[in-house]
Design a protein around this ligand. Structure first.
Ligand code: GLY
Length: 380
């Protein structure tokens, strides 16, 4: 296993050094004909814009090569425009700024990076609704997979569990308990409204923003209402594990374990790689490798926090998942952008967002491999 891991790691290094060499200031998302377009031109506020830098900070932490640091800082500087524009940002500032400014600050102590991170954390805290005890997910947007121009003030989504670590960081940095309080209230509401009895999770929960009354769970990026979007399950595995890591509350660890068991049961028949929705018709068949990579990282985190006799369940599953990805779902050609193939943005999407490399797939794959090498940097 160790030798296999070393081979994979070497290929990651070759690939990322080649990508760094040609990326310049570009921010990647999904490559087109093997080449990343530049998200600075398409949408500087897009939720995935931190993952490239996050992956490079992971590598910098492991290798201390300047190229990773310098390239990551280019994205960090570019995201100042998103902070200035402000109105296009939403709860995903966690993904965007933990992976850029906060990672920079944690690894190098750079003061301007800390300030960026605190701006983002303040924005996230400002989205908290104290009536329903949740962090509002999206803004009113003119498009997307749900009704247009909908008031989304009462919407919370499972993905946000991965954003709230920004609040734990800010609270510690400022020695101000309000940030952790907001994060914990949100995680508790997510647990109550989104975790189902069978260990799966809803993607979206909607409450009345004026009364806090729970209204409904809605479909989201999966097949439909009541289905089981695999990346949503992955956000829950890792997100609840992180909520436990930050609070020590066993209700979150139990939730993370339940969703992990559900995830493992649902990938057993597909070679330890996830399809896009575990409760969708068998056809059309669509992989989502990004869910596999993210859930594997969550399981490795759980393995670090449970008693010795429980560890192997989570560790072994994660290892099998990451090895299956490395074996059958990676593009190792250094001339082509993107490592992890077969990521899917959402169930109901056009072909150019189905079974393609997506930057967050690469991020979680690299984090997972570094974790297996005991070199992971805790970015969350
Ligand atoms: N957070 C949005 C997604 O997972 O696609």
């Amino acid at each position: 296993m160790q030798q296999r891991l070393e081979e994979i790691y070497k290929k990651i290094e070759t690939k990322l050094e080649a990508e760094c060499g040609r990326m310049g200031d570009k921010i990647p998302y999904i490559p087109e004909n093997g080449v990343y377009p530049d998200m600075r031109e398409r949408n500087i506020s897009f939720w995935t814009n931190g993952f490239w830098a996050g992956m490079l900070w992971q590598m910098y932490s492991a290798e201390k090569k300047e190229i990773y640091k310098e390239t990551a800082r280019r994205t960090e500087a570019a995201l100042d425009k998103a902070l200035e524009q402000f109105t296009n940002l939403h709860h995903d500032v966690g993904f965007q700024f933990l992976h850029t400014a906060v990672a920079d600050y944690r690894l190098t102590g750079r003061e301007e990076a800390k300030v960026r991170g605190l701006h983002a954390a303040t924005l996230l805290a400002g989205r908290f609704n104290p009536i329903g005890n949740y962090i509002r997910a999206w803004n009113v947007v003119n498009g997307g997979f749900e009704a247009k121009n909908q008031n989304r003030a009462g919407w919370m989504i499972i993905d946000c569990l991965m954003n709230i670590p920004l609040l734990y960081w800010a609270g510690e940095e400022l020695d101000d308990p309000r940030f952790a309080c907001i994060a914990d209230q949100h995680a508790h509401t997510a647990l109550k409204t989104m975790l189902r009895g069978d260990g799966s999770c809803n993607h979206i929960a909607i409450v009345d923003p004026a009364t806090g009354e729970f209204l409904e769970t809605s479909g989201g990026q999966g097949y439909g209402v009541g289905s089981s979007w695999s990346r949503g399950q992955a956000w829950a595995v890792y997100g609840f594990a992180l909520a436990y890591m930050h609070t020590g509350k066993t209700e979150y660890l139990d939730a993370a374990k339940q969703v992990a068991h559900y995830f493992i049961a649902n990938i057993a028949s597909t070679g330890y790689v996830s399809v896009v929705d575990f409760r969708a018709p068998k056809e059309p068949f669509m992989w989502d490798t990004t869910a596999t990579a993210c859930a594997a990282c969550g399981m490795l985190q759980i393995a670090e926090m449970v008693p010795e006799l429980e560890k192997s369940l989570y560790y072994d599953a994660a290892e099998k998942m990451l090895m299956a990805l490395a074996e059958d779902h990676c593009c190792w050609n250094p001339e082509e952008d993107g490592i992890l193939k077969n990521g899917t943005v959402a169930y109901h999407r056009e072909a150019d967002e189905i079974e393609v490399p997506i930057i967050y797939g690469d991020y979680f794959f690299v984090e997972g491999i570094l974790r297996l090498r005991k070199q992971g940097f805790m970015i969350w």
